[in-house]
Design a binder for this molecule. Structure first.
Ligand code: 5GP
Ligand code: ZN
Length: 170
């Protein structure tokens, strides 16, 4: 497209059209992602999740079987199996979301520490093959791994999600 020589108004108009085309392409990609991926289903809204935060590129929701109270997962909306597969832009967006949510977890729950875990491959403990980062609040002396032993009470998860959401920076 020849953009040189266009007026500022025409350029702004063209920019808006391109931005909306990019959003349409992203939505089409999200809708065409693997039908059998549970996290893609959460992104598409075909199965529920207790959400903490959402933007154009990422989604953060509570882990259904938390290793500790406040355990959240950050995922890119576009499917990628693991760290080696994820696109640069989605990795950056997910990493920024991890930092933002971890700050909110610190503010809302005041844990002694926060463990950030990301698994690649079955041998590394990965059970869902859609890139995700665990944010796990830790208390001094607590002996927990990456995975919890039992599903949490949804009402408790909702309450924790609300506390973390309220602590997110604008
Ligand atoms: P991974 O083992 O792959 O590192 O982590 C996958 C995580 O996803 C586990 O901690 C597991 O509890 C969580 N998980 C699996 N299925 C679901 C689900 O349907 N909803 C939610 N919210 N979490 C899930
Ligand atoms: Zn997926």
């Amino acid at each position: 497209m020849a953009l040189r020589g266009l007026s500022a108004d025409r350029l702004a108009q063209t920019e808006n059209i391109l931005k909306s085309d990019i959003l349409t392409i992203r939505e089409a990609r999200i809708m065409s992602e693997p039908a059998n991926c549970i996290f893609c289903k959460i992104v598409r809204g075909s199965i529920p999740a207790i959400k903490v935060h959402e933007d154009d590129d990422t989604l953060t929701f509570m882990d259904i079987q938390p290793a500790s109270p406040g355990h959240a997962l950050v995922i890119p909306k576009i499917h990628a199996a693991n760290l080696m597969e994820i696109a640069d832009a989605d990795l950056s967006a997910a990493t920024r979301a991890v930092q933002r949510v971890a700050r909110a977890v610190r503010k809302a729950l005041a844990p002694d520490g926060i463990r950030i875990v990301q698994t690649n491959g079955k041998a590394a403990g990965q059970t869902v093959f859609h890139y995700h980062v665990h944010i796990i609040p830790m208390q001094e002396g607590q002996k927990v791994g990456t995975h919890g032993r039992a599903p949490a009470d949804p009402e408790e998860l909702k309450a924790l999600a609300a506390r973390i959401r309220d602590a997110l920076d604008d």
